[in-house]
Design a protein around this ligand. Structure first.
Ligand SMILES: C[S@@+](CC[C@H](N)C(=O)[O-])C[C@H]1O[C@@H](n2cnc3c(N)ncnc32)[C@H](O)[C@@H]1O
Length: 306
């Protein structure tokens, strides 16, 4: 799917039906099966000031509803990763430079939940995992979140795309918003490593370590957002452990958008759901089902501690 195709699609709520006949559903891997992926890059914080010279250009609006558009840039994958015509290359580039359909499903679901008073974002601590463009996190900031942290596997994605998108939407000169550099944070690295840089929820403090860090007082994230992050079976356990570690206990909620099944890679929303059910700590609710008539359905799920 091209970047712009996602933003052209139309939505019908509350239980969404989504029509975008040109959307593709498989994952295009650039590399043929070969050597195992390299070890993950170290977890690092990326500063707002570290915007790349290859920063996003060609700004275009993504329409959320009649009164809200979020702006996104466009970056050439080849310029940043030297990878051509590829959705992702496992272990090297995990797809963050492209806007995936699930991001928009998630923003529209959040918008609908905020409007209908099912979700309060104002003043909350929010984490977007696997953010890429970061539109769901930006939406949360626009709705008054107290703090938004953006995580991506690749620091380059944060520098070239997420940070420029955050700046253009949240730090406009004309804006009345009170977003400050201390209310956003950017973190790069693998889900198995990144937890040490993020806020920690009480569930982990109480149940496993009983150790309070400098994050004390924050007690984790009230809202964790993620779109199109559950495609690779191998990474689902570390993703779920990270969520349990970082989510505020007991009131935190997770919004997850993704495809029911990712052809060729084995993951999907239902595989993640199976993990959650087997663990038994969290409950799940299906919020939206998004279909274009193809067999590959997209979903938005909400999770919270039991
Ligand atoms: C398909 S992209 C989705 C990007 C964006 N959420 C969207 O929907 O447009 C998947 C994202 O998950 C993240 N990701 C995938 N595997 C990861 C891993 N093992 N550790 C950390 N992040 C990972 C990458 O940062 C990547 O941006």
């Amino acid at each position: 799917m091209d970047d712009t195709e996602a933003s052209k699609a139309t939505f019908h709520s509350p239980l969404f039906s989504f029509s975008n006949p040109s959307a593709s559903f498989g994952f295009g891997f650039g590399a043929a099966p070969g050597p195992p992926p390299p070890p993950p890059p170290p977890a690092v914080e990326v500063l707002l000031s570290e915007e790349s010279p290859v920063a996003a250009g060609d700004l275009e609006p993504v329409v959320v509803d009649d009164s809200l558009s979020i702006y996104k840039g466009r970056v050439n994958t080849c310029d940043v990763f030297g990878v051509k015509n590829s959705d992702l290359v496992p272990g090297k580039y995990e797809g963050g430079l492209k806007l995936w359909e699930g991001s928009l499903d998630l923003v529209k679901t959040l918008n609908s939940d905020v409007k209908d008073d099912r979700l309060l974002v104002e003043g909350k601590n929010v984490l977007e995992l696997g953010c890429g463009h970061g539109l769901p996190g930006i939406f949360a900031a626009l709705k008054g979140a107290g703090l938004v942290h953006f995580q991506d596997f690749n620091a380059e994605v944060l520098r070239c795309l997420t940070i420029p998108n955050v700046k253009v939407n949240l730090f406009k000169e004309s804006s009345q918003e009170t977003c400050t550099s201390s209310s956003v944070g950017f973190y790069a690295g693998d889900w198995s490593e990144i937890g040490k840089l993020l806020l920690c929820g009480d569930a982990v403090h109480d149940k496993t370590t009983n150790h309070h860090t400098e994050n004390e007082g924050y007690s984790g994230y009230d809202i964790i957002l993620m779109a199109e992050t559950v495609y690779a079976l191998d990474s689902l356990p570390s993703l779920y452990q990270l969520i349990k570690k970082c989510l505020r206990y007991p009131g935190g909620v997770v919004y997850m958008a993704g495809k029911k099944h990712y052809f060729g890679v084995g993951g999907g929303t239902r595989q993640f759901l199976r993990l959650v059910k087997e663990d038994g700590t969290m409950q799940s609710d299906l919020l939206a089902e998004v279909t274009d008539g193809s067999s590959n359905v997209r979903e938005v799920w909400k999770f919270s501690f039991k």
